[in-house]
Design a protein. Structure first.
Length: 614
C-alpha cells in the first residue's frame, strides 16, 4: 500500500495544503505575499506556506481557503492548521457543507444523476447475468430517493444500494457474482469515487470530478511552492472551472460504450503497443490500455468538445432518478442541425433553450464553443448541398429519415469488444469501490483509491476478451425517448464467467447466463458511438452486409474457440430473424425478419440510387 502522504496529495483542491502538512520542503512563515494575491487570500498564503497557489476561480470567486477546506488558517503549525480540514471539499460525503451551501439544487440533482448512481451500468450488468427480472434499474451505488413528489414517467422513486456477494451462499438475484464484479471493476467511475489514479484516469470525486481539470499524467502545473511538479496525482491548477475539456470527460468515459475515447478517434488495441518508441519500447498506456488511432468525430475535428453539445441537464441531471442514459439525455442531432423539413428551433428535444446556439440575421445558425468561445457555423439539413448518395438516402428514400437515427449512417465506426471473459478468484480478495474504508478524520479522503484497496471485501477479478473490431457495427432498434429507430449496436457486454474456487479449481467455467427474457445473456446494445462523420458509411455496409443485419460474418467459429455457444459473437438473430442475444435497454431489440428482408431487398436498388437515378 502506498504511503499516506501521496494518497493525501491525490485529493483535489487540497493538494497544496496537504503538501504543507506532510511535505519535506521547509517554508518561511514570513514570506511576502505576491501582489496579485494581496487581499484575495488568507493565512494559508499570507503566512507563507502556500504563497503562489491559484485562486479557486480567477474571475468569479474570492473565497478564503477555510470557507471550503475548513481547518485553521491563522497558524503555521501544520497539525493545528489541518485539523478538521477537508482534502476535497467537493466530495459528495461533505459537499452539502461546501459546494451545496450555494449550489444546493445542483448538488441534489447530481446525486440522483446517472453519473452518481451508475444505475444504467448496474442494471445492464445484472440483467445480462440473470440477476434481475427487469431491465429498469433496481440498485444504485448507494441508497437514493426522489422525495419531491414529482416522479415523471420513465423515472424511478428510489434505488437501493447494490448488494454484496457472499460466495458461501447460494447464487440468487440478491446474491450474484455480478455485484461483486461491479464493485471490484466497473464502479470505479461514479462520482462518489476518486477513480483509478493512473495515467489517463486521474481525477477527483464529487463536483470536482468534472470541474477540477487533471491532465492525463496527473502533474501539477501551477505555482504552489509546496507541490512537487514531478509527483503524479494533482490537478493542473487549483481552479474550479465550467470550461471542461474532452480529456477530462475521458478520464471516466473510456470503458463501457467507450464514447469518450471514440470521440477523439482512438480505440484500444489488442495490446501491441506499436509503433516502437525512439528508445525501442512500447507506446505509453492510458487507462491501462494501448490505443490505435482512427477517424475522430467531426465535431472534435472542427474544434468542439463534449460540453458544446451536452447540456447542464445532461451532466447534472434534472432531479429525477433514471435507469438508462436515453431517458436522461436531452440533446439530439436534429436539435442543432434541424431536419429535411425544418431548420433548428434552437431548443433541445425536451424543449429547453440551447444557450450557445444562435441564429444570425442572415439565417445562419452558429454555435459558440463553451470552451474557447470559437464560433462554429452549424449546417442545416434542410438547406445543405447533398451528393447523389445523400440525395438518395435523405430525400428520395424517405423511410431512412423515418426509421433511422442520423448516426445509423453518419457514425462510420463503433468500438466492438466481443467476448468479455471475466474471472473471479475466491482465493484472492480485492478492492471494493462502493464500500471503501471510511476516513474518520477526513471523510472526503474516503473517495481515494487507497480506501477502496484497504476495504478488500470484494474478490479478485481479471478480465480479457475474445477480439476487438471497429468496422461495420451491427444494426438494431434503439430505445430512444423520441421513438424507436434503427441505430448501431455494440456488444454490451458478452460475459463468459469463470469462478476459481478456494481449491484452485474452477467451480464455474465459461458460463453464459440466460437473461429473464429467455435469450442469451450475451448482449448487443444500441449506441451513439460519438464517431460522427460528414461522410456517412457506404450504403453497402448496411444493405450488403450480413453482419450489419445481425447474421454475423460467417467466419468466427465460437465452438472451436471453446465458447460453448452455437452462434457467432456478432450474430444477434437466427436465420428466421428471431433474437438470440439479449439487450439490456427496454424497448431495444435486434432487427426482425421483416426489417432484415427489407434491407436485403433494398440491396437491389443500391446501384441505381448511388448513381443518382431517382
Amino acid at each position: 500500500m502506498r504511503s499516506w502522504k501521496p494518497l493525501f496529495l491525490v485529493a483535489i483542491a487540497s493538494f497544496s495544503l496537504s503538501s504543507f502538512a506532510y511535505g519535506d520542503t521547509p517554508v518561511n512563515p514570513m514570506q511576502q505575499v505576491k501582489p496579485e494575491h494581496r487581499g484575495t487570500t488568507d493565512g494559508c498564503t499570507s503566512l507563507g506556506c502556500h504563497d503562489g497557489i491559484e485562486r479557486i476561480s480567477p474571475t468569479k470567486m474570492n473565497f478564503q481557503c477555510t470557507e471550503c477546506h475548513k481547518g485553521n488558517d491563522d497558524t503555521v503549525d501544520k497539525i493545528t492548521a489541518h485539523t478538521g480540514m477537508f482534502a476535497n471539499p467537493a466530495d459528495f460525503r461533505v459537499v452539502d457543507q461546501t459546494c451545496g451551501s450555494c449550489h444546493s439544487n445542483i448538488v441534489e440533482n447530481s446525486k440522483k444523476s446517472l453519473h452518481a448512481t451508475m444505475a444504467g451500468m448496474i442494471s445492464g450488468t445484472r440483467w445480462t447475468w440473470g440477476a434481475q427480472d427487469s431491465k429498469n434499474a433496481v440498485y444504485a451505488t448507494y441508497d437514493i430517493s426522489d422525495d419531491d413528489g414529482d416522479v415523471p414517467i420513465g423515472a424511478l422513486p428510489a434505488l437501493a444500494k447494490i448488494p454484496q456477494y457472499d460466495p458461501d451462499q447460494a447464487e440468487s438475484q440478491t446474491n450474484s457474482p455480478a455485484d461483486d464484479y461491479l464493485r471490484n471493476q466497473c464502479l470505479r467511475c461514479h462520482l462518489w469515487s476518486g477513480g483509478h489514479e493512473r495515467d489517463g484516469d486521474w481525477r477527483a470525486s464529487g463536483c470536482a470530478a468534472c470541474h477540477m481539470v487533471y491532465s492525463d499524467d496527473g502533474l501539477y502545473a501551477g505555482s504552489d511552492p509546496t507541490i512537487d511538479p514531478s509527483e503524479k496525482g494533482h490537478p493542473i491548477k487549483h481552479e474550479i472551472t465550467t470550461k471542461i475539456p474532452e480529456f477530462q470527460c475521458i478520464h471516466c468515459h473510456n470503458r463501457g460504450g467507450r464514447t469518450g475515447v471514440s470521440f477523439i478517434g482512438t480505440i484500444e488495441s489488442d495490446g501491441y503497443g506499436s509503433p516502437w518508441t525512439d528508445t525501442g519500447g512500447k507506446q505509453p498506456q492510458l487507462h491501462g490500455k494501448y490505443y490505435n488511432h482512427l477517424t475522430p468525430d467531426v465535431h472534435f475535428e472542427r474544434g468542439m468538445t463534449c460540453i458544446d453539445c451536452h447540456t447542464m441537464q445532461d451532466l447534472h441531471g434534472d432531479g429525477n432518478i433514471y435507469s438508462k442514459k436515453e431517458l436522461a439525455v436531452e440533446i439530439e442531432c436534429v436539435d442543432c442541425h434541424g431536419t429535411v423539413n425544418a431548420e433548428s428551433n434552437l431548443l433541445t428535444s425536451w424543449g429547453n433553450p440551447l444557450r450557445n446556439l444562435k441564429r444570425l440575421s442572415d439565417g445562419t445558425v452558429v454555435l459558440t464553443s463553451k470552451l474557447d468561445a470559437a464560433a462554429h457555423v452549424v449546417p442545416q439539413v434542410m438547406s445543405i448541398a447533398l451528393s447523389d448518395d445523400g440525395q438518395a438516402a435523405m430525400r428520395r428514400v424517405t423511410r431512412h429519415l423515418e426509421k433511422l437515427e442520423c448516426y445509423a449512417c453518419h457514425n462510420r465506426w463503433a468500438p466492438q469488444c466481443y467476448g468479455c471473459h471475466a474471472k473471479q478468484d475466491l482465493r484472492i480478495t480485492g478492492r471494493d469501490w462502493i464500500d471503501p474504508v471510511p476516513d474518520l478524520d477526513d471523510p472526503s479522503r474516503t473517495a481515494l483509491k487507497a480506501a477502496a484497496d484497504a476495504s478488500q471485501i470484494a474478490k479478485g477479478w481479471e478480465e480479457t476478451r475474445s477480439y476487438l473490431r471497429w468496422e461495420t457495427p451491427v444494426l438494431g432498434v434503439n430505445a430512444d425517448s423520441e421513438g424507436n429507430k434503427v441505430a448501431p449496436t455494440i456488444p454490451g457486454c458478452q460475459v463468459f464467467f469463470t469462478q476459481i474456487g478456494t481449491s484452485g479449481v474452477a467451480t464455474v467455467h465459461n458460463r453464459v447466463y440466460t437473461a429473464s427474457d429467455g435469450f442469451s445473456g450475451l448482449a448487443h446494445n444500441p449506441i451513439q458511438s460519438h464517431t460522427v462523420s460528414d461522410r456517412p458509411r457506404p450504403c453497402a455496409t448496411c444493405h450488403n452486409s450480413s453482419k450489419a443485419q445481425g447474421m454475423g460474418t460467417g467466419t468466427y467459429d465460437a465452438l472451436a474457440n471453446l465458447l460453448g455457444i452455437g452462434f457467432e459473437l456478432e450474430q444477434t438473430v437466427d436465420q428466421n430473424g428471431n433474437p438470440i442475444q439479449t439487450t439490456s435497454h427496454g424497448g431495444a431489440r435486434p432487427l426482425n425478419a421483416v426489417e432484415m428482408e427489407t434491407i436485403g431487398m433494398d440491396q437491389t436498388c443500391v446501384l441505381c440510387h448511388t448513381n443518382g437515378i431517382p
